[in-house]
Design a protein around this ligand. Structure first.
Ligand SMILES: [Zn+2]
Ligand SMILES: [Zn+2]
Length: 422
């Protein structure tokens, strides 16, 4: 009997990937999704037909990186049995309390994410997996914003590694259009307010998120001077998690600074204030968010995802009342920036914001001002085929650099146990 074609056999890798996503989404201990991510990386290159043969031979666990739990799931999928482990996770997701309708509407209008990490710094997966997650969400763009060199604890990227990552992204882009993978960075704001990367490199990026990760307990005057310098840097697009607070895990109080001065500068410079949706951050606090609204700031609603499943946390970050109480509404056109780069051109091309009413960068009203439905999102129609292409690239194990003689992004390729930046 001739072997079945790959498109005729069940896809256990897709189930493994979904389980990993659900575990990340539920903020399970990182080692749990890591096991499923590892099995995806090991099994995907073999192809579905070969996996079926390994199930029949009982040899799955002979592969390094495939343990008894993941092998059990694969076997259940191949045999057409139910997968209780998956069912339980799906059930738990459905059992989450419903999102406030106003927040849900804002979430539904988001078209992308301007803050996400990969394993090049302290994320857990290659950027292709983050792209797949964004496609699954129906997003139209994703900015890859790994850390800058000074943040050694998070494997911040040197200039050479950032350039190499840029080549990876350039190699992916032709496969994904009109979806856009944006080249970005979460650059440290140094003690003097300067940014932790060469200006020439920042100038070539699509998105620069500038964040404070050190000396968070500095006095208010020092912190204000530092943040104002960063906001006024011509390459800053987004002010990341502005207070550095942590509200879960090991709590950390917000840093203190002259919020009026900083937010006024953001509004003046066209720098978006990030609404960081990480459940452990929820930054800025609501009283500061209200101040930023009063200052006329733009907002960037970001997940700061360190794993693909965390890209699904935006609905939680846009918590009931949080953005709504601050009257954040989607859709305002981003004003022209001063400075050498002008408006975030790649973002503008990737996400042409609609001049509707004040609101969030990266968001767009789901209905026009006349109330008529907007055009159907073409992205949703081609997302599944684009995802297949990306999976093919993932299966090949590596995105080939566009030019010969260039190396891929060097290590670390061990999934990090860290799930957040400091
Ligand atoms: Zn981050
Ligand atoms: Zn950060």
């Amino acid at each position: 009997m001739p072997p079945r074609r790959d498109d005729q056999v069940p896809d256990p890798v897709a189930v493994l990937r979904r389980i990993a996503w659900l575990l990340e989404r539920s903020q399970a201990d990182p080692y749990r999704p890591a096991a499923f991510r590892q099995a995806v990386q090991v099994l995907e290159p073999w192809g579905a037909q070969r996996v079926v043969e390994m199930v029949a031979a009982g040899s799955l666990t002979d592969l390094p990186g495939v343990g008894s739990r993941t092998a059990q799931v694969v076997t259940q999928v191949v045999r057409g049995e139910g997968v209780p482990y998956l069912d339980d996770l799906e059930h738990a997701l459905q059992g989450e309390p419903p999102v406030d309708p106003q927040a849900g509407a804002l979430r539904a209008s988001l078209r992308g994410d301007l803050h996400a990490h990969t394993q090049a710094s302290d994320g857990t997966t290659p950027l292709q997996e983050m792209v797949l997650a964004a496609l699954d969400l129906g997003h139209e763009y994703l900015a890859i914003t790994d850390h800058s060199p000074r943040l050694t604890v998070a494997h911040g990227l040197s200039a050479a590694r950032l350039r190499a990552q840029g080549e990876q992204i350039e190699a992916l882009r032709p496969h994904l259009a009109p979806f856009r993978v944006l080249r970005g960075i979460e650059v440290d704001i140094l003690a003097d307010g300067s940014l932790d990367q060469h200006p020439d490199l920042l100038a070539g990026l699509d998105v620069v998120v500038a964040s404070v990760h050190s000396d968070l307990r500095a006095d208010a005057a020092t912190m204000t001077t530092r943040m104002l310098a960063a906001v006024r840097d011509p390459y800053t697009d987004v002010l990341g998690h502005c207070t550095g607070q942590r509200v879960r895990g090991r709590p950390r109080p917000p840093s203190t600074f002259d919020a009026h001065a900083v937010f006024d500068a953001c509004a003046e410079q066209g720098v978006a204030v990030e609404i960081n949706c990480r459940p452990d951050r929820q930054d800025p606090p609501e009283e500061l968010l209200a101040l930023a609204v009063d200052s006329g700031c733009l907002f960037s609603i970001d997940t700061d995802a360190h794993a693909p499943g965390q890209t699904g946390l935006a609905a939680r970050g846009v918590r009931p009342g949080r953005a709504a109480r601050c009257h954040a509404r989607p859709g305002r056109q981003r004003p022209a920036r001063r400075g050498p780069r002008g408006p975030s051109r790649e973002v503008a091309r990737a996400a042409p914001l609609t001049p509707v009413q004040g609101g969030a960068v990266g968001a767009r009203a789901s209905r026009s001002t006349s109330g008529a439905p907007r055009r159907a999102r073409p992205v949703r129609r081609w997302a599944s085929s684009a995802a297949k292409v990306v999976r093919g690239v993932v299966g090949a194990g590596l995105v080939r650099p566009a030019r010969r003689g260039r190396r891929p992004v060097p290590g670390p390729h061990v999934p990090s146990t860290r799930s957040t930046c400091p």
